[in-house]
Each structure stands twice: as structure tokens, then as C-alpha cells.
Design a protein around this ligand. Structure first.
Ligand code: PAF
Length: 280
């Protein structure tokens, strides 16, 4: 496995791969890898001749300086996990390699997609995400790129950006992996105390109740019941919960408005913000 730190070396490696006519499957990450990332990497490996992964904690997508400072960095174990998964190359740049001083985010109209849910509570976050993903796509030119469905809104936004700017890249959404109590795997879970991590199973177990609640409650009541059930467990606080059309992410007020629905939620556990979503 080759570890590449500069854009110059990345472009050289890609040009060699392209000369050999090999297909590239790309998994962008911010490191602190867990089984969820590895499942994306394994899929990229199975479906392409070359598996490429980036590890870059992208400062531009953090709207909260403290969150950036506390984001876990576990580079040594990340590289060991990727080596075991059969990764061909890892792009591990510094921020100076990616951005010029005071670089502005990519100007790309995301319509309503970055104004709702995560976008509403994390202003500028998605512009930061598409800025870095657009750069990676331009340099790596993969045939396929893999993203977890845990970040459901991010996936929709990347599909939108990519359709316009990188129409040849196939965006593959992969199912969320969960811990045994149902908690969605996330790099941020490392910041939870053991008891909080155990209790955080309440998020998923409450969300899946929607599948029965929808038979005898309207959307507003069902949402309130889910939020109430989560907030009964100290110290969890729901920041938002919405039930949306899975394609447009438009908020729904009646179950009959869509056949493909997604329930999306963000929950604070003290200083740690957890997100999750399920198909309803
Ligand atoms: O989902 C993530 O880890 C990040 O948002 C991504 C896609 C790697 C961009 O920095």
C-alpha cells in the first residue's frame, strides 16, 4: 500500500493507473476509521481494480472550531486497517496541500438541500464537504466513489454536485453499519463514555418504532413520541428530527405524501453530536 502526501505525487500515481487502464474505486474519509469505513473500502476493492482512500480531516467543513480540535486522529491504526483491507493507495495530505490561504468554498448552488436539517444547524458545512470532494474527484478521477448512508443528506448533496461536475463518476451509497445496540458506527462514537455509548442505542431503537407508529399516529405525533423517548434518557437532547422524501429530502407532513421516506435525526450527548437515519 502506497501512502501519498502531495497532490503532485497523487496525480503521478493516477496518471500511471490510467495508462494501465485500471478502474479506480475511491473512498473519501476523515480517518478515525471503523468497520463502517472498512465495509466501503472492501466494496471498492471488490468492484474495481484499484482501491484508493483519502484520509483528510477537512477544516472547511467544520462550522465549530472545538469540534475540529476534538476530531479523533488515529492515523497509525487507520493505515493498518487499510493495509489489511487490501487498499492500493492512501492519500494523506496536509491542509496546506489542499487549500490556498483563505481559499473560498466552491460556489455551487445546492438549492434547498443545504438549508435543511444538517445544513440548518451546521452553516457552511456542506459547501466545505463538496469543495474537498470536488477536488478529490478532479485529481483521482475514480470510476466509482463510495459514501455511507449514515450521512444521508451528504450523500444526496454529493450526488447533486457530482451529477453536474463529474457526471462520469458513479456515486455508490452503502448501508450504515451499527454497533450491537443499534448505534450507528461513527468516528465520533469514540468520544462517548462507555455508559453513553451503551445508552445511545436508544436513538436507533426509537427511530425504528416509527414503522409501527405510522399505523396509528400522524407524522407530528410520531415525531414527538420518538423525541420524547430519546430525551427520557439523560443526557440525550434531540437537535432536530425530520421525516423527509428520500429523493428530494423535502419535509413531509403526512405519511401519504411519499412512498420512499427517511427519518433523519441529530442528537446531542453532552458535547458529542450524533446523527442517524432510517428508511420508514
Ligand atoms: O463523510 C466524511 O467523512 C466527510 O464528509 C468526507 C466525505 C470525507 C469529506 O471530507
Amino acid at each position: 500500500m502506497k501512502v501519498i502526501h502531495t497532490v503532485k505525487h497523487l496525480k503521478e500515481a493516477i496518471s500511471l493507473i490510467k495508462k494501465q487502464n485500471k478502474s479506480v474505486g475511491f473512498v473519501p474519509t476523515m480517518g478515525a476509521l471503523h468497520e463502517g469505513h472498512i465495509s466501503l473500502a472492501e466494496r471498492a476493492k471488490a468492484e474495481n481494480e484499484v482501491m484508493a482512500v483519502s484520509i483528510f480531516v477537512n477544516p472547511m467543513q467544520f462550522n465549530n472550531a472545538d469540534d475540529l480540535k476534538k476530531y479523533p486522529v488515529t492515523t497509525e491504526s487507520d493505515l493498518a486497517m487499510l493495509e489489511t483491507a487490501g487498499c492500493d493507495f492512501v492519500f494523506l495530505p496536509t491542509a496546506d496541500e489542499i487549500y490556498t490561504a483563505n481559499e473560498a468554498p466552491l460556489s455551487f448552488d445546492l438549492g434547498n438541500l443545504d438549508k435543511i436539517m444538517e445544513g440548518k444547524f451546521r452553516p457552511g458545512h456542506f459547501q466545505g464537504v463538496i469543495t474537498v470532494v470536488n477536488k478529490f474527484f478532479s485529481w483521482i478521477k475514480p470510476q466509482k466513489a463510495y459514501f455511507g448512508e449514515k450521512d444521508f443528506q451528504q450523500l444526496a448533496i454529493i450526488r447533486m454536485m457530482s451529477k453536474k461536475l463529474h457526471p462520469d463518476i458513479q456515486i455508490i451509497g452503502c448501508p450504515t453499519l451499527r454497533e450491537s445496540n443499534g448505534l450507528a458506527m461513527s468516528s465520533r462514537n469514540r468520544r462517548l463514555a462507555e455508559s453513553e455509548r451503551n445508552d445511545a442505542g436508544i436513538i436507533y431503537s426509537s427511530l425504528i418504532q416509527l414503522n409501527s407508529l405510522k399505523n396509528n399516529h400522524d407524522i407530528a405525533d410520531a415525531k414527538s413520541l420518538v423525541i420524547q423517548r430519546i430525551e427520557e434518557v439523560h443526557p440525550f437532547k434531540v437537535e432536530y428530527m425530520d421525516i423527509v422524501n428520500a429523493d428530494t429530502l423535502d419535509s413531509l407532513s403526512d405519511w401519504s405524501e411519499s412512498t420512499q421516506m427517511r427519518a433523519c435525526i441529530a442528537v446531542w450527548c453532552n458535547e458529542v453530536r450524533l446523527i442517524d437515519n432510517i428508511a420508514v
